[in-house]
Design a protein around this ligand. Structure first.
Ligand code: FAD
Length: 564
């Protein structure tokens, strides 16, 4: 018997036999739902046989037989009702368990988020993407078939989504393009480090979404709930369906605040802050400005995260502020990193270590934040050093800057577009989906092994646009992305170590070394970050002006000339 737990009160399984009833009783089951019609298979016990054995064991039963592949809306309603009425926990079975899992998914559609339903069923081994539309429609078969359709649909109007829409419009103004995004505000997240350092005002990092959607591009203000790549369709929350010829997926990543026990309830209070949220970055600066003594902890979760340098940027700018105010010697700085290195590309580490020394920061590697007690001002870390037994350590703090763990968004993780780790599965050069030829992806959500940064999206957008246009014209991919990403490490107010690198950690400087040596702290790089990168983002990247982002052509290997 293969039991697959789906919720607190329901487990599903393939066909059971009379002899399984004793084990089910011993396992605590109090009711059984049979979803397989009698006589479907030659060696299948009848419902009456199962019922008799169950009754003898004191287990209640219900018969809701479903023909394979024919789950009707009323069946799901009956199933939901039975679940409510029967004593829990319940086991539901059919031939493989799929019908039972489908009935549960549809019956819970109005109670649970679709991504949760898809995730728990996927975890139990059942793919419910085929009924995603019905789940999105509250468990009912949608009747409205007037689906909108566009040449290109873009999921997400963030750095990658808006940039690729503009790059497509520049190349082919007649394309019918829609961007789907529920957000009112678009954020320039690279500016949040500067807000946390007291350099930018928060408002400098936000603009209304409406003002950034390129002219001629339709903005569908809704969240995508699920994908139907075999039907060239995406399903929106509330079950509207949008169809496409080609799809671009760019909804960023999920900040998993809830993964750290106690964090959500204390964020923004008790000295607990994070530059990873627009509304909290000013609190970082408030804490830093007020602090005169005590311990400040800066945390970094396991990779991948967006802007891998941001956790330490917060530390350096805080250290610099305390240094300038003459209070640094009273402040104990601890940098607790779940990983084992300060920065993934070794060329930048020596310059960073000079600042670690200047601010007298203690580096604690393999320290992963697992819980926070804000009121008691204590943070607990799991310490998992290679080749040693993991332990936990609790540290007091006066201020703590938390970088949250990060995953692919739930609706991506459970979709057919995801790889085993949950990220959109693309070819790392062309950014085309590995399975679905009319889907591309860029930005933080996809699985190419580049640094997840807006700078990366700046380079990826023209690549995706070029390759989509080539595909529309019937050709193969013409542009490739080299893995470029950039991380301006704000080591002190006025100086930056400008990390720029591609796949495999290969350095990819934008400027000659004589003008700007990225491996050394420089005022030129600070000027770039403070004065130039924001307008490059708002006025160039988001408007299809591909400054510092020319797509790299794919080298065509010509066949050798035939021998004469
Ligand atoms: P985002 O810009 O996050 O946009 C995602 C969009 O998708 C959002 O508008 C969201 O509303 C939308 N969306 C989400 N779910 C759905 C859904 N279900 N349906 C439809 N739409 C949806 N990068 C740098 O280059 N340099 C830096 O110095 C830098 N520093 C950073 C510092 C911090 C503190 C942070 C947080 C980030 C930093 N970054 C930096 C990283 C950079 O901001 C991201 O890599 C970049 O924004 C990724 O772009 P994206 O389009 O993939 O996602």
């Amino acid at each position: 018997m293969e039991l697959k737990k789906i919720s607190g009160n329901l487990t599903v399984s393939p066909q059971i036999s009379v002899s399984d009833i004793a084990a089910l009783k011993a396992g605590g089951f109090r009711s059984i739902i049979c979803n397989r019609p009698d006589g479907e298979g030659a060696d299948q016990p009848t419902f009456d046989e199962i019922e008799a054995a169950a009754k003898a064991a004191g287990i209640e039963t219900r018969y809701i037989p479903i023909k394979s592949g024919m789950v009707r809306d009323e069946d799901a309603e009956d199933f939901g009702k039975a679940l409510d009425e029967l004593p829990a926990p319940t086991l539901a079975y059919c031939r493989s368990g799929t019908r039972s899992a489908t009935l549960w998914s549809l019956s819970q559609a109005r109670k649970l988020p679709i991504a949760h339903i898809l995730a728990v069923t996927k975890g139990a081994g059942y793919d419910m993407n085929g009924v995603a539309r019905r789940i999105a429609n509250g468990g009912k078969t949608p009747t409205d078939v007037g689906d909108a359709k566009y040449d290109i649909v873009i999921v997400g109007g963030g750095a990658g989504g808006i940039a690729v829409a503009s790059s497509l419009r520049v190349r082919s103004p007649d394309l019918e393009i829609a961007i789907i995004d529920p957000a009112d505000i678009h954020y320039y997240q690279p500016g949040w480090t500067m807000v946390g350092g007291g350099i930018f005002e928060p408002q400098q990092t936000a603009k209304t979404m409406g003002s950034l959607i390129p002219t001629g591009v339709k903005w569908i203000k809704a969240a995508v709930a699920a994908f139907e790549p075999d039907n060239d369709a995406v399903i929106l929350d509330g079950c509207r369906v949008v169809k496409y010829n080609r799809l671009v997926v760019a909804p960023g990543l999920k900040l998993d605040w809830g993964a750290i026990e106690g964090l959500e309830e204390t964020l923004g209070r008790n000295g607990v802050t994070s530059n990873y949220r627009y509304d909290l970055a000013p609190y970082t600066w408030e804490l830093v400005s007020e602090m005169r003594e005590g311990r400040a902890i800066f945390t970094q979760p396991p990779m991948p995260i967006k802007c891998a340098g941001a956790p330490q940027k917060a530390m350096y700018l805080s250290g610099d502020a305390w240094f300038r105010r003459g209070v640094l010697h009273n402040i104990d700085i601890q940098f607790n990193n779940a990983g084992g290195v300060l920065f993934g590309v070794k060329d930048y580490v020596p310059a960073l270590m000079e600042y670690v020394a200047k601010y007298d920061a203690t580096l604690n590697f393999f320290h992963n934040l697992i819980s926070i007690d804000g009121v008691a001002k204590k943070a607990t870390f799991k310490v998992a050093k290679p080749d040693t037994e993991p332990t936990t350590v609790t540290m007091d703090f006066d201020m703590i800057h938390v970088c949250p763990p990060q995953t692919a968004p739930d609706f991506i993780r459970v979709s057919p577009l995801a790889d085993a780790a949950g990220w959109v599965d693309v070819d790392q050069a062309t950014l085309r989906h590995k399975t679905y030829a009319n889907i591309w992806s860029l930005g933080d959500v996809m699985n190419a092994p580049n640094a997840k940064t807006a700078a990366a999206a700046r380079k990826q957008a023209p690549t995706v646009a070029e390759n989509i246009i080539a595909d529309i014209r019937g050709g193969s991919a013409v542009a490739q992305y080299d893995g470029y990403g950039s991380c301006p490490l704000t080591v002190e107010r006025g100086k930056i170590v400008l990390a720029e690198f591609g796949y495999g950690g290969v350095l990819k400087p934008s400027f000659p070394k004589a003008i700007l040596d990225g491996t050394r702290p420089s005022r030129a790089a600070w000027f770039l970050k403070e004065k130039m990168l924001p307008p490059i983002y708002w006025k160039a990247m988001l408007r299809g002006k591909e400054w510092l982002a020319k797509p790299e052509p794919i080298a065509v290997t010509r066949p050798a000339p035939a021998a004469e």
